[in-house]
Design a protein. Structure first.
Length: 378
């Protein structure tokens, strides 16, 4: 999969570009337009993403004159690490400060057999899911491709310095701040760099995009970049999901489940991961579990049950352990692969639904969405 290339003339005309925003094919066109060989693009990508280089002058297998020219045209511009927090369970969270003053959060979750990085795609979020701390921050803007891949770049270099090894990050989940499918082009561009053998070189199965259910873009993603898909479900019927996940009012469950089936219909071994936050007395009853089983019938599924991670003013409580177990057992009896996710990083507010970042100008949300989010999805 490759993101849409930026024409070489556009690169040259925009002044000093951030090379993190540019994929291999655009870089190839850029070099060819100058009379250089196309393979120079692969060399640059390897320096940036595999060697962790942020200084063009250090790219020693490029001629000095070429480095000088490239340095005049471009740069490797990264967010600053404003704060780092480490959890007692090994989870690491970074608050990254962007050029415009906004802050986003990125989380690394180490496990015995993998290292997973949770990446943000927007500054804040516009979807207003009622149980999510990020939603309370408002929405400012989409992240650029460079701002998305920079989270991986920064985490990789930082963890290497901490002694985690040369490739500490094995899996990416686009489950941080924001709805990735509402920033489609920049997210797909970033995924292209994650998958490119000359950049991060990850496999499709190790990159997971999580969506609340933007149905047209699920179909679009299937055509251009069929990475693993996770769906934030959280309710087994439209009435309840309308309350918890307001985008359901525009794309109800019937349409969402149909899109999920289409996403995997040409890949018999693939499954959709359904995320289901467990809210005491809201969506965790036996009747909810049975209704969910009926909803997912015929969908190759994996079900992640997520104990709710409290935050001030949420108005929700975490389901009791026995309620979660009972829910899990009903799903598993129906041959739905079901796991209860272990809460990680909750002592540093790095767990699912707790990322808040620092939204610099929340007025952008009302300017972009002049009506209430709930009304927008009716």
């Amino acid at each position: 999969m490759n993101s849409a290339p930026v024409p070489a003339e556009d690169l040259a005309s925009t002044g000093k570009i951030n090379l993190l925003n540019v994929d291999r094919h655009a870089l190839e066109a850029f070099f060819v337009a100058r009379g250089e060989k196309a393979f120079r693009a692969s060399q640059v990508l390897q320096w940036i993403y595999q060697r962790g280089c942020d200084d063009i002058s250090q790219m020693s297998n490029l001629a000095k004159s070429l480095r000088g020219w490239l340095g005049e045209q471009g740069e490797i511009r990264l967010p600053a690490i404003e704060r780092e927090q480490r959890s007692r369970d090994g989870t690491v969270k970074w608050l990254l400060r962007l050029d415009d003053g906004n802050g986003i959060e990125t989380v690394f979750i180490p496990e015995e057999d993998r290292g997973t990085l949770c990446i943000s795609s927007q500054v804040g979020c516009s979807l207003n899911c009622s149980f999510c701390s990020t939603a309370r921050q408002g929405y400012n803007r989409n992240l650029s491709t460079g701002e998305i891949v920079a989270q991986l770049w920064i985490a990789q270099r930082t963890l290497r310095a901490y002694g985690y090894g040369d490739r500490p990050i094995t899996n990416i989940v686009l489950m941080g701040m924001g709805e990735p499918l509402l920033n489609f082009d920049n997210v797909v561009g970033a995924i292209g760099l994650m998958l490119d053998d000359f950049a991060f070189g990850l496999s499709k199965r190790r990159v997971t995009l999580s969506t609340a259910g933007v149905v047209p873009e699920i179909d679009h993603l299937r055509e251009v970049c069929d990475v693993s898909l996770a769906v934030s479900l959280h309710a087994p019927n439209d009435a309840l999901r309308d309350q918890l996940v307001p985008i359901n009012r525009k794309y109800p469950l019937r349409e969402l489940i149909a899109a999920c089936k289409r996403y995997v219909d040409r890949q018999p071994r693939r499954r959709i991961t359904f995320e289901y936050v467990m809210l005491a007395g809201i969506n965790d009853g036996v009747e909810h579990a049975r209704e969910l089983v009926r909803l997912l019938k015929g969908v190759p599924s994996k079900l992640n049950l997520i104990p709710f991670n409290p935050f001030p003013g949420s108005g929700y409580d975490t389901s009791a352990a026995d309620a979660i177990d009972r829910f899990r057992d009903i799903a598993m009896a129906a041959d739905i692969m079901t796991v209860t996710r272990k809460t990680r990083g909750d002592d540093i507010d790095a767990a699912c639904g707790q990322l808040a970042g620092s939204v610099f100008d929340r007025t952008r949300r009302s300017q972009r969405f002049p009506v209430r989010v709930e009304e927008r999805f009716q």
